[in-house]
Design a protein around this ligand. Structure first.
Ligand code: ZN
Length: 202
C-alpha cells in the first residue's frame, strides 16, 4: 500500500509557513513503512531537532482506479480516520531552500500515525470538524469545509498520475496551528467531537 498526501490544502496553514496558496494539489507520498498504527508510541528520531505534528483527515481508498472523473470520485473512498503527518521541519526547510525533494523530512519510518477508521459521515460534504490536543490543550482546530481541494478533487487529480489501489491511504492536508513536539508530549485527535487518535512521543 501507499500513502498519498497533499501539502498546503488549507489557506491559513499555507500562510503560517509563508507558502503561496497552490493552484493545483501539491502531492507527495509516504511508503508503507511510514505507517505507525495508533496506540504505538512515536519515538523522536535522532536526525531532527524540530519534529512537527500535522493533524489531518485520512481517507481509506476502497477501490482500484485510474483517471477517475471527479463525479465518480466518491465511489473510491468509504472510511475516514485521523492521521498525524509528522514532519522534520528543520530538514524540510533546508531541502526547500535548495529546491530538493523532501522525502527524508516527510516519509521517514513511522511518520504517518493513523487512527482506527470510521464510516464516512453521510453529510461530510458540509464539513467534518476535527481537532488536535497536545497535552490537553487545543492546538489545531480544522474543518474539511475549509479545504482548498475537496476529497473528490484530490481523488480525481492524483489518479491522473498514480493508480489508486484499495487499501491505500490519503492524507488530505492540515489546517493551521502546526507546531513542534517534545519527548513526553501526548497528542489526541478528535473527529466530530469524539476522541479517535492517541499518540505519545517518546
Ligand atoms: Zn501534511
Amino acid at each position: 500500500m501507499k500513502i498519498l498526501c497533499v501539502g498546503r490544502n488549507y489557506i491559513e496553514h499555507a500562510r503560517e509557513l509563508n507558502n503561496p496558496v497552490p493552484k493545483t494539489p501539491m502531492l507527495f507520498m509516504k511508503p508503507a513503512t511510514a505507517l505507525l498504527n495508533q496506540g504505538k508510541p512515536f519515538f523522536y528520531p535522532d536526525f531532527s531537532t524540530d519534529i512537527h505534528y500535522e493533524l489531518e483527515i485520512v481517507l481509506r481508498i476502497s477501490a482500484n482506479g485510474k483517471h477517475i472523473e471527479k463525479e465518480f470520485a466518491p465511489k473510491y473512498y468509504d472510511q475516514v480516520a485521523l492521521g498525524i503527518d509528522f514532519t522534520a521541519r528543520d530538514i524540510q526547510s533546508q531541502l526547500k531552500e535548495k529546491g530538493h525533494p523532501w522525502e527524508i523530512a516527510k516519509a521517514f519510518d513511522h511518520s504517518a500515525v493513523v487512527s482506527p477508521f470510521v464510516g464516512l459521515p453521510v453529510d461530510h460534504a458540509n464539513g467534518i470538524p476535527f481537532e488536535l490536543r497536545k497535552n490537553g490543550q487545543v492546538v489545531q482546530s480544522g474543518n474539511t469545509a475549509d479545504m482548498i481541494f475537496s476529497f473528490d478533487d484530490l481523488i480525481a487529480y492524483s489518479s491522473k498520475f498514480f493508480k489508486l489501489q484499495q487499501g491505500d491511504y490519503f492524507f488530505t492536508g492540515t489546517p493551521a496551528g502546526v507546531g513542534p513536539v517534545q519527548v513526553g508530549d501526548v497528542l489526541e485527535g478528535y473527529l466530530l467531537g469524539a476522541k479517535l487518535l492517541h499518540c505519545e512521543v517518546k
